[in-house]
Write a protein that binds this ligand. Structure first.
Ligand code: FES
Length: 121
């Protein structure tokens, strides 16, 4: 029995060529965007809204990582996040998490696996 059709996010090959990708999505009926990136041999996706003021992490710079490459960094005020958990490491919002999105890989393509999510063309 085949699995129900899922929402494609990107190919693994596409992700290898860049430090991150964004996708316009509708999540829980709201238009927003997702960030997708590889970190330490795993892939992660989050809703692209900082926990501080709900700006996209890449709102001021075309980057989502800090200079060390070890933390996600919001370019608005510089808050940093653990890429594996989305937990904020900066004092004002310490422990608050970016909304994670589940990814599944099938034959080199990554799919958003959760419900309540569709791509916006
Ligand atoms: S909006 Fe992201 S750190 Fe302030």
């Amino acid at each position: 029995m085949s699995k129900p059709l899922q929402t494609p996010a990107c190919s693994h090959q596409e992700l290898r060529k860049t430090s991150y990708l964004t996708r316009k999505i509708r999540f829980k009926k709201q238009p927003t965007s997702a960030i997708i990136f590889a970190f330490e041999d795993s892939v992660y996706a989050y809703i692209n809204h900082c926990v501080h003021m709900h700006r996209p992490l890449n709102c001021e710079q075309d980057a989502i990582f800090d200079e060390s490459g070890l933390y996600l960094r919001c370019s608005m005020h510089g808050f940093i996040f653990d890429p594996k958990t989305g937990a904020c490491q900066s004092p004002l919002c310490f422990g608050q998490r970016l909304q994670s999105l589940c990814l599944e890989e099938i034959d080199g393509t990554l799919y958003f696996a959760g419900k309540h999510l569709t791509l916006i063309d």
